[in-house]
Write a protein of this length. Structure first.
Ligand code: TXA
Ligand code: MG
Length: 346
């Protein structure tokens, strides 16, 4: 086994983080937990270390990384021309699942930002992540822990085989609390734009800024030649190999009828159903994604559920959608991409 493994599920001696922190300082890669998803971290100011992340994930060069910081002094090193509203947003949502796009300083390698003049910054609240950044003493560049295109890793078991030979060190902190990646926001002409929805919802941001815009690509497929505010929107993500379709209706009876009718057209359908509806379907293969009245539960498990899908050898995967209110928007954004925009609203 190439990598070293530190079990933080049964242990909370933060002094032990010194070892992976040294791996970061020496240009290596560390798989570590955050409150959102696991990350593959490297020294965010070390060009060569950053290149290793792109290789480990098979990540397209044009998709920039988030720099993770542990205090506001680190922000000063990497970002410039910060407005009052941007400070207010960071003040309100940090530490936590919130990423903000800011003007970058020269010190930030262009490999991190994929040549853009902006840098994505986040201060995680997870204690292990905080200690790792703090003890490394540098901003840590970290994309979600998954081979590019696959669902993000929210526990070590899901990604161990996929990534064990691609990183130098693994910190196992158990299940991630949230299970979906951070909300990504860019302030344009005084108005926050949500580029990727997450646990920090539009409704929460509206309590800080007068009006908030959700980028149209959060729920709509990119058209040929369209320019996007966030390169991540361009790339295929979360999709299993089996064909998936997302179905939603505000009317629950209609939703069930539609899914039943679709399932009847296939010989081996798999349904990803909310807990409330799962007994309504007569198909053999059902994955319970959690209660529609508990979106936290759905968000926490959805990537693990999506990773199971291909093992059913189904000829269709039908996924029940949820309302896009609150955290529902983040869930639906991941699901619509898992279904490659194959979405039926009825
Ligand atoms: O919760 C998270 O954000 C996790 C954990 C590990 O912190 N990280 C994560 O990183 O999801 P990643 O690389 O998988 O997603 C970063 C997203 C991508 O969609 C990328 O295109 C966007 O942020 N992004 C990064 N820098 C950007 C920039 N300068 N402008 C616009 N979008 C940017
Ligand atoms: Mg990712």
């Amino acid at each position: 086994m190439k990598e070293k493994y530190l079990d933080f599920k049964t242990n909370d001696n933060y002094e032990l983080i010194n070892e992976p922190a040294n791996v970061i300082k020496n240009g290596g890669l560390v798989l570590f937990p955050t409150e959102t998803v696991y990350g593959i971290g490297a020294n965010g100011l070390d060009e060569n270390a950053i290149k290793k992340i792109f290789i480990a994930k098979g990540r397209p060069q044009d998709n920039p990384l988030i720099l993770h910081i542990s205090d506001m002094d680190m922000l000063d090193i990497i970002a410039d021309e910060i407005s009052e509203l941007e400070y207010k947003l960071m003040d309100t949502f940090w530490p936590g699942p919130f990423t903000i796009i800011l003007k970058k300083k020269v010190i930030v390698p262009s490999t991190v930002t994929a040549g853009l003049d902006t840098v994505a910054v986040r201060m995680p609240s997870n204690k292990i992540a905080h200690e790792l950044i703090n003890q490394a003493g540098v901003p840590i560049a970290a994309p979600s822990a998954n081979i590019s295109g696959k669902p993000s890793g929210t526990n070590v078991e899901d990604i161990f085989d996929e990534l064990r030979d691609r990183v130098d060190y693994i910190i196992d902190g158990g299940d991630c609390e949230i299970g979906l990646e951070s909300t990504v926001v860019r302030v344009v002409e005084g108005k926050p734009h949500i580029l990727r929805p997450g646990k920090i919802t539009k409704e929460l941001i509206e309590q800080v800024a007068e009006s908030v815009e959700v980028d149209s690509h959060v729920m709509n497929e990119l058209k040929d030649g369209e320019v996007v505010m966030s390169p991540g929107m361009k790339h295929r993500h979360y999709a299993p190999n089996t064909k998936c379709v997302l179905v939603y209706s505000e009317n629950n009876e209609k939703l069930i009828e539609k899914i039943k009718e679709m399932a009847s057209r296939y010989s081996n359908p798999l349904i990803l159903s909310t807990t409330e509806n799962k007994n309504k379907y007569t198909v053999e293969n059902i994955i319970d994604i959690g209660s529609k009245n508990n979106l936290e539960e759905i968000s926490k498990n959805i990537f693990t559920d999506l990773r199971k899908v291909d093992s059913y050898n189904a000829d269709i995967v039908i996924i029940e959608g949820v309302s896009t209110d609150g955290l529902g928007l983040a869930i639906m954004n991941r699901l619509i991409r898992a279904c490659e925009y194959n979405f039926i609203k009825c």
